[in-house]
Design a protein around this ligand. Structure first.
Ligand SMILES: *Cc1c(COP(=O)(O)O)cnc(C)c1O
Length: 394
């Protein structure tokens, strides 16, 4: 078997004729921005999660930002999170002129190391912001306990974790606020989009005002057939609303969420089975008492067994026409955070993982043959660059 003929892109979205037809309906309806479809999507999402309130916004970044605002995070405050995440998680803390205080991750689950959180709590700490990395929930019980003890809010970055369940409790109704992403590569997409879930009614009301310029609740109707209405500006808000075009895609995606997850599970097992015997790889660990959302299948290279580093490995896979990704470069070692004083050696587990990790394609938009091509290419490269063990000659 030779290399694939066509490049396999890492994470194409799964869009069917259902989404296309639903978007076409919105386009010909005469109403494009936030309206009935957005509210319908919120209702369906609320039902899916089983939470009290769901507020649709333009992205998970917007969701995280508004969540910090309703928790009262302000200039000089501190928010605890991990450096093993996407830029957005910590960036929103900076939006509020507050400090992201990083805590290292566990080497096997890549989630925040709960035993290291409490020593980072100060008088300025306002919230803990765990990330359910790759779809596996962070260990929420100790996080909730620390938060309760020190009167902190818990805001969850669930961009990877729509389907996740933590010890029988659905992600989206555990912490104070949970933020989801519908970015193009995520398990459920609206192209761009996000959702906040919460059990607090007063926060839900405030979030709905904040997402549209701080103007009074029904202002979105101001051009509808219900007639022109004067509106009041209640507080400084943002342009963070979702549109009916996006919601139309989301409604159809949410209908197929379980089918998508089954396909992801199947591909995940194909990788697990194929790589089980490969000493050069460390495979992802799934906590038995939780439901994993299977967003990203990431393996670690055992560099001591190979004559090749991670970046070279990715390059070799590219030459085999297989697209991969790195989730993530260590956030604290990017220029921005170095300027805040973070440096190499600060988070040993994160740095160790970041040097070895790579993500393999895993989306229902791919075929089983595609997954087999990935497996074939990975095995071929591992075989080529396996470090030979030899006895000393003298
Ligand atoms: C994608 C992602 C985000 C941001 O989501 P957007 O909807 O693109 O704003 C935040 N956190 C994590 C961990 C992500 O992967």
């Amino acid at each position: 078997m030779n290399k694939r003929e066509k490049f396999l892109s890492f994470s194409p979205p799964f869009i069917g004729k259902e989404e296309i037809e639903e978007v076409a309906k919105v386009l010909s309806s005469g109403w494009l921005t936030m309206g009935k479809k957005v509210f319908e999507f919120e209702e369906l999402f609320k039902e899916y999660i089983g939470c009290k309130h769901a507020i649709a916004v333009s992205s998970c970044t917007a969701a995280l930002h508004l969540s910090l605002i309703v928790c009262g995070v302000n200039e000089g405050d501190e928010v605890i999170t991990t450096p093993f995440t996407f830029a957005a998680t910590a960036e929103v803390i900076l939006y509020q002129r507050a400090f992201p205080v990083f805590v290292d991750i566990e080497k096997d689950t890549f989630n925040i190391s709960c035993s290291l959180i409490e020593e980072k709590v100060t008088e300025r700490t306002k919230a803990i912001l765990p990330v359910h990395i790759f779809g596996q929930s962070a260990d929420m019980d100790p996080i909730l306990e620390i938060a309760k003890k020190h009167s902190l809010y818990v805001i969850e970055d669930a961009a990877h974790a729509i389907e996740a369940v933590y010890k029988g409790r659905k992600i989206g109704r555990i912490g104070d606020l949970t933020c989801f992403s519908f970015y193009a590569t995520k398990n459920v997409t609206t192209g761009e989009g996000g959702m906040i879930t919460t059990e607090h009614e007063d926060w839900a009301k405030k979030l709905k005002i904040l997402r549209l310029h701080g103007i009074s609740h029904d202002a979105w109707k101001r051009y509808s057939d219900e007639g022109f209405c004067f509106y009041d500006i209640l507080m400084q808000g943002y342009k963070y609303n979702m549109t009916d075009i996006q919601a139309a895609i989301g409604i159809k995606q949410l209908e197929r969420i379980n089918t998508f997850l089954e396909i992801r599970k199947r591909y995940w097992s194909m990788y697990d089975e194929a790589f089980l015997q490969m000493d050069e790889l460390i495979l992802p660990k799934i906590n038995k008492d939780c439901v994993h959302a299977r967003h990203i299948y990431a393996v670690l290279l055992r560099l001591e067994e190979l004559n090749i580093n991670r970046n070279q490995f990715i390059h070799e896979l590219m030459r085999e026409n297989i697209g991969t990704a790195v989730h993530y470069p260590p956030l604290h070692l990017t220029s921005l955070y170095r300027r805040m004083g973070y440096k190499k050696g600060d988070f040993p587990n994160t740095e160790w993982v970041c040097e070895r990790i790579l993500s393999l394609p895993l989306t229902p938009a791919l075929k089983e043959e595609d997954i087999n091509d990935v497996i074939f290419a990975v095995k071929k490269i591992l075989h080529l660059y396996k470090r030979k063990k030899s006895f000393p000659t003298s």
